[in-house]
Design a protein around this ligand. Structure first.
Ligand SMILES: O=C(O)CCC(=O)C(=O)O
Length: 374
């Protein structure tokens, strides 16, 4: 897992050196860690600490405004409890009130945040962390544009009011997150300092050992058919069949580096650059044994900022990046992100069990909204 010190980009002393490192990292793995990012370590520590304190509150003090699951009514902000495995999340976005679509209807994913009462520290610190990581995402996007041979200012007008949602996660011991790709442009993730758990999918050419069968990593969540999409299950199955494509599926642990952010490219960016920087499948596994420390009986807390362009931005590869013979996909940012939220919500709430059916329904919902296919 590449580690890139971006201080030389931010202070202007060696921007090109950093851009080349980012290009190498994003092309090879689609995941990398950044240090020297300028977000104060104290802010990182206190946000994580306050997130831990928030999740430790009694249940009735977490359900902000009585809202127990994220959804349309809350602009996908607030607290969520996952009854299937007791995971919890708390989410905020940019404060963007009064935004409407062409028909005058309120724009989904926009609005105000919902805060638990009586905890101003939590509100101020989480807001400051959201602002700092959103700014970092903007800067990284400039470097990634450069790494693709574009003007570093290329995205500036497309991320004026970005869909930048920060999700605080609580994983009780033994809980996991199924393999998936993120939906947006970039994710800025802080792992728990106590233990890792994040793993990324990697394909490698197996060493040929005459007469020996290749081992194939089996993924439990895929075998169970739980919250995973059919496409991802198929992709993993394909990667796990050495006889077909001479590759073997490897899950790489993402090591915990204190105060480093894990950065990964999401589906929208992958579409934009025609997979020059791939959106890599990742998952969370309960792996305390790897880093045995006394804290491991505590829940795992991670902070994920999902960063995507403004609602109305159409993501389409610029001519300079178009590979001959590759079909063009064009996607509108807002409906695409909403599609992801919607189908996951249908599945998480148990309203629709089958992922494909959930996606079909979410697609119908959002095509009514925007007339776009996400
Ligand atoms: O908690 C983590 O480490 C990863 C979270 C993640 O992949 C997600 O929220 O999409």
């Amino acid at each position: 897992m590449p580690i890139v010190d971006i201080s030389r980009y931010l202070d202007g002393s060696d921007p090109m050196g950093v851009v080349l490192e980012l290009r190498h990292a994003a092309t090879r793995v689609g995941f990398f860690q950044v240090v020297g990012h300028g977000v104060p370590h104290e802010l990182i520590d206190s946000t994580r600490q306050l997130a831990r304190r928030f999740f430790a509150r009694p249940q009735d003090q977490k359900s902000v405004s009585g809202c127990l699951s994220l959804g349309e009514a809350s602009n996908w902000r607030g607290y969520e409890y996952f009854a299937s495995d007791n995971k919890e999340a708390f989410e905020i976005g940019l404060k963007t009130q009064g935004r409407v679509d062409v028909a005058g209807r309120p724009l989904p994913l926009h609005g105000d945040n919902l805060w638990p009462p009586g905890d101003p520290d939590f509100r101020h610190t989480v807001t400051a962390y959201h602002t700092a990581t959103t700014n970092l995402a903007r800067q990284l996007l400039g470097a990634m544009a450069w790494a693709l041979g574009l003007d570093p200012k290329y995205f500036e007008a497309k991320v004026r009011e970005p869909l930048a949602h920060l999700r605080l996660w609580k994983y009780p011991p033994h809980t996991e997150l199924a393999p998936h790709k993120d939906h947006g442009f970039l994710t800025v993730l802080l792992q728990d300092q106590c233990y890792g758990g994040l793993q990324v999918l990697r394909r490698v050419k197996p060493k040929a050992v005459p007469g020996q069968k290749q081992s194939v990593v089996q993924d439990r969540s895929v075998l169970n058919g739980d919250l995973e999409s059919r496409e991802i299950a198929e992709e993993i199955a394909l990667a796990s069949t050495p006889s077909q494509n001479q590759s073997e599926t490897i899950w790489l642990d993402v090591p915990v580096i204190p105060h480093a952010f894990v950065i990964n490219v999401g589906r929208l960016f992958e579409i934009f650059c025609q997979e020059t920087f791939p959106a890599t499948i990742h998952r969370v596994r309960y792996t305390p044994d790897k880093t045995a420390r006394p804290e491991t009986s505590q829940p795992r807390i991670s902070l994920a900022l999902f960063f995507a362009p403004d609602w109305g931005v159409t993501v389409i590869p610029p001519s300079a990046l178009r590979a001959p013979g590759v079909s063009q996909v064009s996607v509108q940012s807002g409906p695409h992100i909403l599609f992801g939220y919607r189908w996951q919500q249908y599945v998480n709430s148990g309203e629709i069990q089958d992922v494909k059916a959930a996606k079909r329904r979410a697609l119908e919902d959002i095509s009514v909204l925007a007339g776009h296919d996400p």
